[in-house]
Design a binder for this molecule. Structure first.
Ligand SMILES: [Fe+2]
Length: 323
């Protein structure tokens, strides 16, 4: 399982605000328990286990820039070294009494972790609107979905369900036809282009329109799309954290270069409604893990996006959350 390529990818695990200075949290990532803690200015992610008697360090505290184990008070510094054992104050802890860390970074208001310790931060998926002041941005989620993150992402790439699951919001039951769109797989990742959909209310403004979606994924669990309509450009940067093979969390950053007068609460509520419509559908899929064998489910002409997605996952060597 550890050679699954998802172990090399970056995953959002927590909002940065959820881990203030001098605090510690436990998180789950790819079926593992991790401890996340922040000193005054540095975040660290380790396996959630004290090397001494294997208790969870996430039950401990942060004091004077050190993580303190709840069991025997062992103190670890930011580099992972145990610097003090209160029960034997004159003894110098040996080097094996140390934690090895995972790669960690704070970006877009989220804390990202890669289980491959040397993963470069340049691999964190791009979110160009983040720095662009023409876009208003707000974070939606986190959304908990009891299913494989790959099922969740496949649903995100599928516009053919809009008229049925999101009738009146993202689609119209009387206009279900999916027009042909372009799918491109390259070394940059997977792209879906020129995906055209009729929407009764594309952006929560109440006005129907034909819109065009362009999607891009540089890694399997982070996607962004732009939605072009006559009102402007809206993007969603969607990042899914695979907690376990059948459990995931999703965050959505929405950016818009229009609709300044629409209250954020209203936009947020629209998105929450849409996601709440998706969750029971995705959670009802069996198996919950995504089948990569294409003959396991029937594919229809509008499923080129999901066929390509599954082929890409296979190519990349994804083995977590798939059957
Ligand atoms: Fe949906």
């Amino acid at each position: 399982m550890t050679n699954c390529s998802l172990f090399h990818d970056w995953h959002p695990v927590l909002e940065s605000d959820e881990l203030p200075p001098e605090t510690v949290r436990s998180i789950r990532l790819l079926g593992r328990d991790l401890v996340l803690w922040r000193s005054r200015d540095r975040v660290s992610a380790w396996s959630d286990r004290c090397p001494h008697r294997s208790v969870k360090l996430s039950g401990g505290t942060v004091k004077n820039g050190l993580l303190v184990c709840p069991y025997h008070g062992l103190q670890f510094d930011e580099t992972g070294r145990c610097v003090e054992v209160p029960g034997c104050p004159d003894w110098t802890p040996p080097p094996q009494l140390a934690m090895s860390g995972y790669a960690i970074a704070v970006r877009y208001g989220l804390i990202w972790v890669s289980l491959q310790p040397d993963t470069d931060t340049s691999q964190i998926p791009e979110f160009p609107e983040w720095e662009d002041s023409q876009y208003r941005k707000f974070l939606c989620g986190k959304y908990r979905v009891r299913s494989s993150g790959l099922r969740v992402m496949e649903n995100f790439l599928d516009v053919s369900h809009f008229p049925f699951v999101h009738d009146g919001f993202l689609g119209d039951r009387t206009r279900p036809k999916v027009e042909p769109y372009e799918v491109e797989l390259s070394d940059r990742g997977l792209s879906l282009n020129n995906v055209r959909v009729w929407q009764p209310d594309p952006d929560g403004t109440g006005v129907g329109a034909k819109v065009t979606y362009n999607y891009h994924l540089s890694q399997p669990l982070v996607a962004s799309f732009e939605k072009l309509s006559s009102s402007g450009r809206l993007t969603i940067f969607f990042a899914v954290c695979p907690l376990d093979v059948e459990d995931s969390l999703g965050w959505m950053w929405i950016s818009m270069n229009y609709g300044e007068d629409i209250p954020e609460a209203e936009l947020q509520q629209f998105q929450d409604t849409v996601v709440r419509q998706d969750i029971p559908i995705v959670e009802s899929q069996q198996p919950k893990q995504l089948p990569l064998n294409l003959s396991a489910e029937v594919h229809l002409p509008f499923d080129r996006s999901s066929i390509r997605y599954r082929q890409w996952l296979k190519q990349r060597g994804v083995t977590f959350g798939v059957v």
